[in-house]
Ligand binder design. Structure first.
Ligand code: ZN
Length: 143
């Protein structure tokens, strides 16, 4: 087993809340490094942005998920104390989480037909980062 250095990829978001599919971006790193067997950790180093695995085909799922999160976690509550005014963004981030792990076999991410890796912006628009860390079970090449 060996690990590759984490790579930081920039992402620019356009709305306060949005989901951006990053599956191809992650797969590209697997291919560039010629990893056939291993796993990749996708990590979001922010307190108001998250990452999750969900629907990659029907954009209505993203819409419904974001709307439901808005309903569950209102932007304003009388008891919020956080001075930045983005407590809802922090709460949504903790609910969805900051990392996902995806298995790699035969050089490809193992995802279900309808699964995609979704970056979740909850306090945009901003420039964001995603870290991609690959762990390889392949034998290291000797060259
Ligand atoms: Zn804040």
């Amino acid at each position: 087993m060996h690990t590759l250095p984490a790579v930081t990829e920039p992402l620019t978001t356009k709305s306060r809340s949005e989901m951006i599919e990053i599956t191809k971006l992650v797969q590209r790193h697997v291919q560039i490094n010629r990893v056939t067997d291993g796993m990749v950790i996708v990590y979001v180093p922010h307190t108001t942005a998250a990452v999750t695995i969900n629907e990659n085909a029907d954009p209505d799922v993203k819409h419904d998920l974001l709307r439901k999160l808005d309903a569950l976690i209102p932007k304003a509550e009388t008891y919020y104390q956080h001075g930045e005014g983005n407590s809802d963004s922090h709460l949504k981030t903790s609910m969805l989480g900051n990392s996902v792990t995806v298995l790699i076999e035969r050089g490809k991410l193992i995802l279900g037909t309808w699964q995609g890796i979704q970056f979740c912006e909850f306090d945009g628009p901003r420039t964001r980062s995603v870290l991609i860390k690959i762990v390889s079970f392949d034998r290291p090449t000797s060259d």
